[in-house]
Design a protein around this ligand. Structure first.
Ligand code: GLA
Length: 394
């Protein structure tokens, strides 16, 4: 167990020659449903997963911050006073710190901005993670959540979980340069065993909704396609811009303000591509609401068709799926999964499938076979259960 924690502790000791003051961790997430709705002020239903990122930290005498991780060799060290010169990073300019270091250093910068009275002091942080990187499971939000939690405690910043999620998103947007919403950070901060987080991204009101998968005799499988992606460039940003364009043309603050009943009139005001982008977001918001209601009234067994409809909408209207993700969904479905969909930002990453406990092997095998026939690299398939959010472990 605790391999990430052991790795981070060892790294901390070997780089600093001291014992750490504490250990913090934050999980990755799976999104049950509600994709590309967060930055449209809409609804999402993610849950935290058992895979976590660990930050081991301790204060130091010099006013410097040093970060080290198992992601890359070598420590990155800057004076606290220089964080303001590093961030916000100018879009398109050459990174002034290695990619991975922009996450923890960006969090330190954003946390000081959010809590100017915090007792910011020199600190060493060692990071290790069990969350697969580039799999669409929010390894970045896990780094942000673990680092923000460590800094919040050691700098006595006293920010609440929602504020720490905002710190993480700010680091992601302005230090890393990925124009993401706040779903992943909120899921990582607020996750709870056995529950998904029903989040209104306009108000940031969050309600825990029991998923009840095990009670229903079901399992949620993650199918990591191993198609790596980044949201700092390309398609994610384009989709976000299309949504903003759609909202502007429809004369609303955000697509949250468009309902399914409005779509017929929206079609007349928008070009075909923009309309389909809008239709995905509007119908996806409705599917989140329907999923929450269905979970409460009928249980997990009844949400399969909503997951499938979500995937079809992302494949056909939002156009963010890839052949590997479609293959995963179709193969899982063909082998009896009740529902399946890609999860996360798209263009690679992972799908989830809702399957009977006694069909896990059959579905896993069918997915592996389909990948092999399609000429794709072998996927990684594993079960997940909703798990706890960010916390101090020691
Ligand atoms: C990524 C982003 C999130 C969200 C999803 C798509 O995970 O980080 O903010 O936009 O994509 O739902």
């Amino acid at each position: 167990m605790n391999t990430a924690q052991d790795a981070a502790r060892d790294l901390f000791r070997s780089v600093t020659g001291r014992e750490p003051e504490g250990v913090w961790s934050a999980p990755g997430r799976v999104n049950l449903i509600g994709e590309h709705t967060d930055y449209n002020d809409g609804f999402v239903l993610p849950f935290a997963i058992p895979q976590r990122t660990v930050a081991v930290a301790g204060l130091r005498a010099e006013d410097r911050i040093r970060v080290v991780s198992t992601f890359a060799d070598g420590a990155v060290e800057v004076a606290l006073a220089d964080l303001d010169a590093l961030f916000p990073a100018d879009a398109g300019s050459a990174a002034r710190v290695p990619d991975w270091a922009a996450y923890p250093l960006g969090v330190a910068w954003a946390l000081r901005e959010a809590a100017p009275d915090a007792a910011a002091q020199g600190i060493d942080i060692a990071i290790a993670s069990d969350v697969p990187v580039g799999a669409g499971l929010s390894s970045s939000a896990a780094i942000e959540g673990a680092t923000a939690s460590a800094l919040n405690d050691l700098w006595t910043a006293r920010l609440d979980r929602t504020a720490l999620a905002r710190v993480g998103r700010r680091a992601e947007n302005e230090a890393v340069g990925a124009p993401t919403g706040i779903m992943d950070q909120m899921a990582s901060m607020l996750g709870a065993p056995d529950a998904a987080i029903f989040l209104d991204c306009r108000t940031l009101d969050a309600v825990r909704v029991p998923v009840g998968v095990a009670e229903a005799g079901l399992v949620i499988l993650v199918i990591d396609t191993r198609v790596s992606h980044t949201h700092a460039t390309g398609g994610y940003r384009e989709r976000r811009e299309a949504c903003e364009r759609g909202a502007a043309l429809l004369g609303v603050p955000s697509l949250r303000d468009v309902s399914v009943a409005d779509l017929d009139s929206a079609r007349r005001l928008l070009d075909d591509v923009t309309f389909r982008r809008v239709r995905h977001v509007v119908t996806e918001n409705q599917r989140v609401l329907d999923t929450v209601r269905t979970l409460r009234e009928q249980g997990a067994r009844a949400i399969g068709d909503l997951l499938l409809a979500s995937h079809a909408s992302m494949r056909d209207d939002f156009e963010i799926s890839v052949p590997e993700l479609d293959t995963a969904v179709e193969a899982a479905r063909g082998a009896g999964a009740l529902g399946a969909r890609m999860t996360g930002g798209g263009f690679g990453g992972a799908a989830i499938a809702l399957v009977e406990q006694d069909a896990v092997d059959a579905v896993s095998d069918a997915v592996r076979d389909a990948f092999s026939h399609g000429g794709f690299a072998a996927p990684t398939v594993f079960p997940v259960t909703p798990a706890a959010g960010a916390r101090r472990d020691a």
